[in-house]
Design a protein around this ligand. Structure first.
Ligand code: GLC
Length: 653
């Protein structure tokens, strides 16, 4: 094997080895299917593999190890999942269809454990959910574990939630109900309690090479010169001293989260094996955590390096051979120009991740709400690169993390704002320090070096519901509900998979009980990771309650989205000027239809001039698909406070 050169004959030998090895007991047809996928996807794996490890003397052995991992996983895949692979090959846009509606929750906080989540499938179906993202559920380290993002065993479910069998059963039950399952894979780091880390500390050189370990501060100090800090408050710096072996280890996040060393191909093979193991449990989408950090380079911020993309491309190509029904969602909270490559660009088009979080859109929604103007959002979205057509954004308004004010200086300057001052305004506004503001959030990770102040808080509390309810101010309550609905309507109309964050469909407020738990108390992100309030959920059918108003409106919006082919993720999404600074507009356009979404970001009624509608090609009889009402375009369009319209033309002129 070790003489393998890049040449046709050698790959045939390699393939024959797999067919006679892990694939030996499969039927002729199943072996042919693997052969076909091998032919199609091998070049996509080879290109990035050569870029990363091509210079190694043992390159051929590394390659054959990876291919053996893929072939073994293919052989172990259940017939039901193999059928799903075929179905998805017949329907490659399955995750882009407007029927994909996401919901994100912690299994324990939502329903106790995995069996509990299964029992709540009827609730998810009532809301219209077809994609369920369960927050980290693999065995975490004991004690503080960053919400499960410090995994000590990737092949075991957190025992508090159940066993691997429960995960398999849940995945099967969800699939039969038309719900895809998304699970986190923390691929940038492990917990310090992971077996690999323990062996490294014990002095095993094989496992020491799984991490970035340094004998002294010489290299860490050099790296630090260009590195930012993710958690400056409770985990300053990027390296941690290990008393146990007198070394420094790379820890981008908390001191107990050790970054993996992907310069070592053994790490890549281990992670591929884990990816395919999870795919074979029935997971449909893997949320690949913190992917931007997967490769380190001196004198850089060690994010978004080309090699991090190469790793993802290798994962994808080899997954396509073994379990092509599985797709990847990149968690890369980076600026839009750095984000697009995670969806695959150039030679890697459609060869990296299928889904990525659209952090900028989320930030701009909150920014417009605070400002009561959509100018910055319109400009910034217009200047974003075009989204590749075979992908989908994960659109969201809130998630388990804080909100960092990722507003670019150049976008702010283009609309007459100072980026620095605007970010400071947003931090003040959402931490409740702005006179007359409606938000009830708190500051997360004040970084005095950069002035950054990120924000924690639930959607409802940030949108004003907490303050309004406390003051028993019904007008403010009404406005807060309208803001909550506006945000949901915008997330649903953008291109991609909208993900509702657990509790937002009921307007759950900040939950301060985390302060009583010493493992959670210093991380105020737990404030917006509440326990599901099932008593409140009961109120969703009682129309006199705020809960019902929010839940039923969100549910109705979801129903409307599912019937709108114009909202397919392949439709382009253009932000448009509406000739009214308070009203944001965007057009979704494709051969499937055109839809104009308008949102009034102010608490005053607004109008959009009819000539503007006509300019955008919306003339004659229009229909608002959100409310299911006709709208005429012969007069200026009047919009209620915080109203959203989803307009389609009924008859072309
Ligand atoms: C991701 C997660 C975040 C976690 C971090 C480290 O950014 O969303 O919650 O703290 O990764 O794993």
């Amino acid at each position: 094997m070790s003489e393998l050169t890049v040449g046709e004959t050698d790959f045939r030998t390699l393939l024959d080895g797999l067919l006679d090895g892990p694939l030996r007991s499969m039927s002729a047809l199943e072996r042919d299917i693997f052969r076909m996928r091998f032919d199609v996807h091998l070049p996509d794996a080879l290109r990035p593999l050569t870029a990363l490890y091509g210079g190694r003397a043992d390159f051929a052995d590394q390659l054959s190890r990876l291919l053996a991992v893929a072939a073994s996983a293919y052989a172990a895949r259940s017939p039901e999942l193999r059928l799903l692979d075929l179905r998805r090959a017949c329907e490659p846009d399955w995750f882009q269809q407007p029927t994909m509606i996401g919901y994100v929750c912690y299994a324990d906080r939502f329903a106790g454990d995995l069996a509990g989540v299964r029992a709540k499938i009827p609730y998810l179906k009532e809301l219209g959910v077809t994609y369920l993202h369960l927050m980290p559920l693999l065995e975490p380290r004991p004690g503080a574990n960053d919400g499960g993002y410090a995994v000590m065993n990737y092949r075991r479910v957190n025992p508090a939630l159940g066993a691997m069998e429960d995960l398999r059963e849940l995945a099967t039950a969800l699939r039969r109900e038309g719900i895809s399952l998304c699970v986190d894979l923390v691929c940038n780091h492990t917990a310090e309690e992971h077996e690999w880390a323990r062996r490294a500390v014990a002095g095993d050189p094989v496992y020491q090479d799984y991490y970035y370990l340094f004998p002294d501060r010489i290299m860490p100090d050099q790296y630090e010169m260009a590195l930012p800090e993710v958690f400056p408050d409770f985990a300053p710096g990027n390296f941690t001293y290990l008393d146990s072996c007198d070394k420094w280890v790379w820890t981008t996040f908390n001191d107990y989260q050790w970054d993996l060393n992907y310069r070592n191909p053994a790490v890549l093979a281990e992670m591929l094996d884990i990816i395919l193991f999870l795919a074979n449990q029935g997971v449909d989408i893997l949320r690949l955590d913190a992917v931007a950090f997967m490769w380190k380079r001196l004198k850089t911020d060690c994010q978004n390096q080309p090699e991090a993309h190469a790793i993802l491309q290798i994962f994808r190509a080899l997954t396509r051979m073994a379990a092509p029904g599985l797709i990847f969602k990149a968690e890369a909270i980076v600026s839009p120009d750095k984000l697009l490559p995670y969806l695959g660009l150039g030679a890697a088009t459609h060869k990296e991740c299928e889904i990525a979080y659209h952090n900028a859109f989320m930030v701009l929604l909150w920014s417009s709400l605070a400002e009561r103007r959509a100018v910055l959002m319109t400009h910034a979205l217009q200047n974003m690169p075009e989204t590749p057509v075979n992908c989908a954004w994960l659109t969201y308004v809130r998630c388990h993390d804080d909100i960092g004010w990722a507003v670019r200086d150049e976008d702010a300057a283009a609309v007459g704002l100072s980026g620095f001052l605007h970010r400071a305004f947003l931090s003040d506004f959402y931490s409740g320090r702005f006179a007359g503001g409606f938000a009830r959030g708190v500051t997360f990770q004040h970084n005095p070096k950069t002035g950054d102040r990120r924000i924690s808080g639930t959607l409802a509390s940030l949108a004003g519901l907490e303050a309004a309810v406390e003051r028993r101010d019904w007008r403010e309550t009404d406005l807060a509900v309208r803001r909550i609905l506006l945000l949901h309507a915008m997330m649903l109309a953008f291109n991609g998979i909208p993900a509702i964050y657990m509790g937002d469909e009921l307007g759950l407020l900040n939950d301060r009980r985390y302060l009583d738990d010493p493992d959670l108390a210093d991380d105020n992100r737990w404030m917006h990771r509440p326990f599901m309030d099932w008593n409140k959920a009961e109120q969703r059918h009682d129309w006199q309650t705020v809960t019902a108003r929010i839940f039923q409106a969100v549910r109705a919006m979801i129903g409307a989205v599912k019937g709108l082919p114009s909202l397919h993720a392949q439709a382009r999404c253009h932000a448009v000027w509406t000739h009214n600074e308070q009203v944001f507009g965007m057009i979704r356009a494709s051969a499937r239809g055109r839809l104009l979404a308008l949102a009034n970001f102010s608490e005053a009624p607004q109008a959009v001039p009819r000539h503007r509608l006509h300019d955008m090609g919306f003339t004659g009889e229009l229909a608002d698909r959100l409310e299911g009402r006709p709208v005429d375009s012969w007069s200026d369009l009047r919009m209620e406070p915080y109203q959203v319209l989803w307009l389609e033309q009924l008859v072309s002129q």
